[in-house]
Write a new protein. Structure first.
Length: 236
């Protein structure tokens, strides 16, 4: 690779760790003189946007790093194929970081492996056991799995996944699964089954309390993060 080349793909459900890694790579790029950072949203990314960001000269003659978020996991169709074909042919002093909040398929990874350095950030199975245990009148099992999960992973990751799970459960309950199209069929079935343990009002109330916890944990007067999570679980 050329001196100022950095081509990396970060993907996986452990977004807390992958975000930290992304920040670390951006700092490394800055230390190499790539002081201009361009961030592109994958959901609306076009091939023209990406080419312009990577190939156009910086106005101030500085090196630059381009960050693209959630392109590979959200997009489909002809434009996605065109961009992937462009990515696999990248050469020269080009610095690009791709960040995905989901684990990508092996088919996508295989196409990009020759060009990009790929790093995966997985969530421990125990955390998913905790998420799958969520249901009313199951506090003992939920608290036990939560505490075991907190020994392995950051509370921020578990909290993020908890909010994400409640979001999916609301979609399952309110729209009968129509909003779960982005998930594999086996996961859709699991979410739909879990949603049956709740009323829609309970799920909406739980989601609102999670947002309140997110606000409270950012204030100095709030109890510890684990205490807030414990209280939430007990309240289900």
């Amino acid at each position: 690779m050329a001196k100022n080349t950095m081509l990396v793909l970060l993907h996986g459900e452990n977004t807390v760790s992958s975000r930290k890694r992304l920040a670390e790579l951006v700092r490394q790029a800055e230390e190499k003189g790539l002081t201009e950072k361009i961030t592109l949203e994958g959901k609306t990314l076009t091939l023209t946007d990406l080419k312009q960001a990577l190939e156009a000269k910086s106005l101030f003659g500085e090196g630059k790093i381009v960050v693209v978020e959630n392109f590979l996991s959200l997009r489909t169709g002809k434009e996605k194929e065109q961009i992937i074909n462009y990515l696999v042919q990248l050469r020269g002093e080009v610095s690009l970081l791709l960040w995905e909040n989901k684990q990508l398929t092996q088919a996508v990874i295989a196409r990009l492996t020759p060009t990009l350095t790929i790093e995966i950030f997985k969530v421990e199975p125990l955390v998913f056991r905790f998420l799958d245990s969520l249901r009313p009148k199951n506090a003992k099992e939920m608290l036990n799995l939560l505490h075991l999960s907190l020994r392995q992973k950051e509370p921020e990751l578990i909290f993020y996944l908890l909010i994400k799970r409640f979001h999916y459960l609301i979609l399952a309950k309110d729209l009968q699964g129509d909003g779960l199209d982005s998930l594999p069929s086996w996961q859709q079935r699991k979410i739909l089954g879990q949603a049956k343990h709740f009323t829609l009002a309970e799920l909406r109330s739980g989601y609102a309390r999670l947002l309140e916890i997110d606000f409270r944990r950012k204030t100095s007067a709030a109890p510890s993060f684990q205490t807030l999570l414990d209280l939430f679980i007990i309240s289900l």
